[in-house]
Write a protein that binds this ligand. Sequence first.
Ligand SMILES: [Zn+2]
Length: 445
Amino acid sequence: MTIPNKETEFADLHNHLYGSIRAELLWEMGRTNPSPRWEIFLHPYETLYGKRIDSSSFFETYRDPEAFRKLYLFNHKGPFSEFQAKFNLIIALSKFDPEEIRFIAERITADQFSEGVTYGEYRIMYAPNESDVNVTAKTVAACEGFARAESELSGRARSRLVVSLHRDGGFYREYEFLKGLMEKDSLVRKYLVGLDFCYIEEGFPPKEKKEFFETVGKDNVAQRSSALTVLYHVGESFRDKGLASACRWVLESAEWGAHRLGHAIALGLDPEAYRGETIREDGSERKDTLEFLLERWEEISRFGEIPAKERISAELDSIRHKSAIEIPMTETSLSEIRTLQNYCMDRISKTSSVIESCPSSNEYIGMVRDLSHHPLTRFAQNELKLTISTDDPGIFGTDIRAEYEKAKNLGLSEDLLEKIRKDSFRYTSEILSGREIPDSLTDQK
Ligand SMILES: [Zn+2]
């Protein structure tokens, strides 16, 4: 492939700091950790992979780097629980204390730089009950690690921090706390550039975050120097609902102000994937989708056939008291979903939202059952703003070049990939939040 040669520089915008830890490094971290938290890893691993592992002889058994790599890497298609069982190995073997976080931030920047990444945004997530003192120490430590790496690499690579908030918890409080920390600490003010929502998506509709998105947007305008992006994993996993509702979630997130959309698979996944199946969905979710269709009927129907308004109203009446409904995926419904997706993609292309597509992640844990259904080609056809990222390169055993290669194999042209690579430097949190003006980046690389 001609694009990713040795000199090419990449921006990797969707990346989780601890998921970027390479197998060899994790093994070393575990071996030198006096008290690994084995209980987090052993039992779920045995349940899901049917293999009992003895912690007392662990570092002997997995002394061979290949054997450890095999245990650690998640590079097959499987449910999120199987991915989590492997991610638990990271949690078990790491200490996640400030000293280690500082080291990891520095090391990951160097590792990624050696693979061509000259700008990276790394997400970190704290335990929901983490004390303010610890959140402060860990956030500062990550920023210090990035600063150290930058100075060691003489500024040739930049890393920035994104904190993942808890969808179900006190994200307002977490946000206020981080803003306060930015005021007090100049290093945090410089390196902390965004807020993320990740982990289980089902059960957390974006409408619950609408006000929060607005608050962040207003604060960004009021104080540009500490503006933060909202990065939102959405439409990645939608086991509790149909493609139409999941697609609506993606559009709502963009319209309400999410700066970048994590994965957004539902937006462009080929509905053919569900032919002949019956989808179950909560009555309240279906109601939201039917009301959405009614409200925007004229606009959406410009993109193709959707049910007549009378039919939608009749369905609304019929489901009013139902807690769950079933939707058969017939020829007609598949075509209607495709129309809705085309409308949503068109709408999103007119917002400033950027889609973060992570091919390996989508292939292994995303809901892409068959690569021929992958949304990336439709994203490209609809001229959406795109970036390609690694997500958890350590655990997926991938790197940025491999992800561009996968995107090429999915059908993206080299010219387009080159455009995406360059554009990605304009989709950084600092630019999207309004903190930085992209002028200096014209003619980037
Ligand atoms: Zn992610």
